[in-house]
Design a protein around this ligand. Structure first.
Ligand SMILES: Cc1cc2nc3c(=O)[nH]c(=O)nc-3n(C[C@H](O)[C@H](O)[C@H](O)COP(=O)(O)O)c2cc1C
Length: 375
């Protein structure tokens, strides 16, 4: 059996394989509520054989949403439609995760395909616009007016962020999720506190690396305190800002050690999110980041970023560069990526196909495909 399609255990959760659907914002919710779009979009990945499906960046507060179309978990009423999705993912053998997020100064941005909305359309889509909060009153960029100048969080605002992450984690557990991922990447709020590019504070949350790490560690402690001990906790980091004045790989290794000490079970290793980053996106361009964190902090990692080739994914795991392979766009392109990759890596059975799709095997036999190919 390939390593990619061997089971993996984190705490009390055993994944059927090591393929993960990375969180993907759909900008298709209204007032934070999941709907049929989310069920069908996410359900396809469970049918398609993935081990873990992680739901998109989900606002822990309304003001923490990237847009008015984000999912949310800031009120109890938002639990039930998410529980419906979790139940479906479970029914198809996939584990269910959700990314808990606060966008900070990158909040309240438009949904790109909602152009020139009429008042009636705004009402239908749940359009909202608000002033974001951030570590410092510095906008994400000066060149794009979609990003506003945020209000700097005061002590009460910071406390509210911590409490909101914990409250959302409690709701995620009530919805039945197997894991939550703390979003500390991509230039959103927790990443803004980590990075000297966005954090200009002079209190105990700014200045030294230790101070800049304080909020994400306090959020992690608060989430771990309410998240069941038998369920794994994930964190997504931008392992590097790809910027000479920003957060660096060695900073992430130091942070990952602290996260591990506070009960984080795996680090999802992404990168970037700040203006001025210089990124060369080629196949597997972030794999070395997963390896650096894995080796440096002795913690399981997820590799992500242009990883659609099954053999490359297998090699990453066999070579010990990462423990899980996460896909976003490749999964959008082919929601059955996992069942297909399993065959590519030599699976001789069709066990990963759901029963109602069994007749693919018959087709393959007739055409001499996959395990029926002539040698
Ligand atoms: C449509 C879309 C939405 C995304 N939304 C999120 C998100 O909610 N949270 C997040 O951490 N990353 C998000 N990402 C980034 C992906 O999780 C992933 O890290 C990135 O796309 C690289 O992987 P890929 O090359 O397989 O697409 C998104 C990516 C896409 C394509």
């Amino acid at each position: 059996m390939s390593k990619l399609f061997s089971p993996a255990t984190l705490r009390g959760l055993t994944l059927r394989n090591r393929t993960v659907v990375a969180p993907m914002c759909q900008y298709s919710a209204k007032d934070g509520f999941a709907n049929d779009w989310h069920l069908v979009h996410l359900g396809r990945f469970a049918i398609g054989g993935f081990g873990l499906v992680v739901l998109e960046a989900t606002g822990v507060t309304a003001e923490g949403r990237i847009s008015y179309g984000d999912l949310g978990l800031w009120k109890d009423e938002q639990i039930a439609p998410l529980a419906r999705i979790v139940d479906f993912l479970h029914s198809q053998g996939a584990a269910a995760g959700i990314q808990l997020a606060h966008a900070g100064r990158k909040a309240s941005t438009p949904v790109s395909w909602h152009k020139d909305l009429s008042e009636a359309e705004k009402s239908t889509l749940g359009f909202e616009h608000w002033t974001p909060v951030a570590p410092s009153a510095v906008p994400h960029t000066d060149t794009n007016p979609e990003f506003q100048t945020p209000t700097a969080l005061d002590a009460a605002g910071i406390r509210n962020v911590i409490d909101s992450f914990a409250a959302a984690a409690i709701r995620a557990n009530q919805a039945g999720f197997d894991t939550v991922e703390i979003h500390a990447a991509h230039g959103y709020l927790l990443n803004q506190f980590l990075s000297p590019l966005a954090n200009k504070r002079t209190d105990e949350y700014g200045g030294s690396r230790e101070n800049r790490m304080r909020l994400v560690l306090e959020v992690t402690e608060a989430v771990r305190a309410v998240w069941p001990a038998d369920k794994p906790l994930l964190a997504r980091l931008s392992v590097t800002d790809w910027h000479p004045d920003g957060w660096q790989i060695e900073d992430s290794v130091a942070l990952a050690r602290e996260l591990k000490a506070r009960g984080v079970d795996a680090i999802d290793c992404s990168s970037g999110g700040f203006d001025g980053a210089v990124i060369k996106a080629v196949a597997g361009y972030q794999v070395h980041l997963a390896k650096a964190v894995r080796d440096g902090a002795d913690i399981p990692t997820m590799a992500v970023g242009l990883l659609g080739d099954a053999h490359q994914a297998e090699t990453i795991l066999v070579d010990g560069e990462a423990d899980f392979i996460a896909l976003a766009r490749a999964a959008l392109d082919d929601p059955n990526w996992a069942v297909h990759a399993n065959h590519e890596l030599g699976a001789s059975n069709y066990d990963l196909w759901p029963n109602p799709t069994d007749r693919v095997r018959e087709r393959d036999r007739s055409l001499g495909l996959r395990s029926f190919a002539a040698n």
